[in-house]
Design a protein around this ligand. Structure first.
Ligand code: AMP
Length: 210
């Protein structure tokens, strides 16, 4: 079984949702740089203060900050642990740094067209406490406005507003899309259609892993 896995794909392609399901089913650690950064912003740490200005604009946080953060996290897990990376790497520089630390087994690329991504992100609601995600139409919470898992009030992330979403998609195309070729050349890439039911997509991802 593959144990060092990257989830690649544009914002809104389902990396977070599928990463949670995979980590639960396989017992792997899910490392999400977006979640880590939002936590740092909430806690008001130095990293959070530095990251916030980039995140609110829909820009990427500088490579050196992200690479240091991720290296520490991966080291703290130990070599034997299965890992699922969500939202990292996002640039070739990050991918090179990751490759020096970990032998990646598989890169799962979730493919979703832009129009669908904008619809998903602008109607997404997120729990600021436990990071659970919902969608106003596709996956509404049981009680409107509140998290099913921990009961906190759900929010629209600052960077899920339409103009910021469009910026994030541009940033994705310019910086992250080259990673598809990068990992294809290494023979690690499997592309999975990211549209359809959450469970069907999950089954297709699992087939590539097991
Ligand atoms: P996400 O939740 O993965 O969509 O990430 C939210 C925001 O965090 C992104 O728009 C970036 O500003 C920042 N971010 C997350 N991961 C990275 C990364 N690997 N490199 C640079 N910035 C990142």
């Amino acid at each position: 079984m593959k144990t060092k896995i990257i989830l690649l794909g544009p914002p809104g392609s389902g990396k977070g949702t599928q990463g949670d399901k995979l980590s639960e089913e396989l017992g792997f650690a899910k490392l999400s740089t977006g979640d880590m950064l939002r936590e740092a912003v909430r806690d008001g740490t130095l990293l959070g203060l530095k990251a916030k200005e980039y995140m609110d604009k829909g820009a990427l946080v500088p490579n050196d900050l992200i690479i240091t953060l991720m290296k520490e996290k991966i080291t703290s897990l130990g070599a034997g642990m299965g890992i699922i990376l969500d939202g990292f790497p996002r640039t070739v520089e990050q991918a090179n740094a990751l490759g020096e630390q970990v032998d990646i087994d598989l890169v799962l690329n979730l493919d979703v067209e832009d129009k669908e991504l904008v619809n998903r992100l602008t109607k997404r609601r997120t729990c600021p406490k436990c990071n659970a995600v919902f969608h106003l139409e596709y996956n509404p919470p049981k009680k409107t406005g509140f998290c099913d898992k921990c009961g906190s009030a759900l929010v629209l992330r600052n960077d899920d507003r339409e103009e910021t979403v469009l910026r994030r998609l541009k940033v994705y195309r310019e910086n992250t899309l080259p990673l598809i070729k990068y990992y294809e050349k290494k023979g690690l890439l499997v592309t999975v259609q990211g549209v359809g039911s959450i469970d069907d997509i999950f089954e297709n991802l699992k087939k590539a892993i097991l």
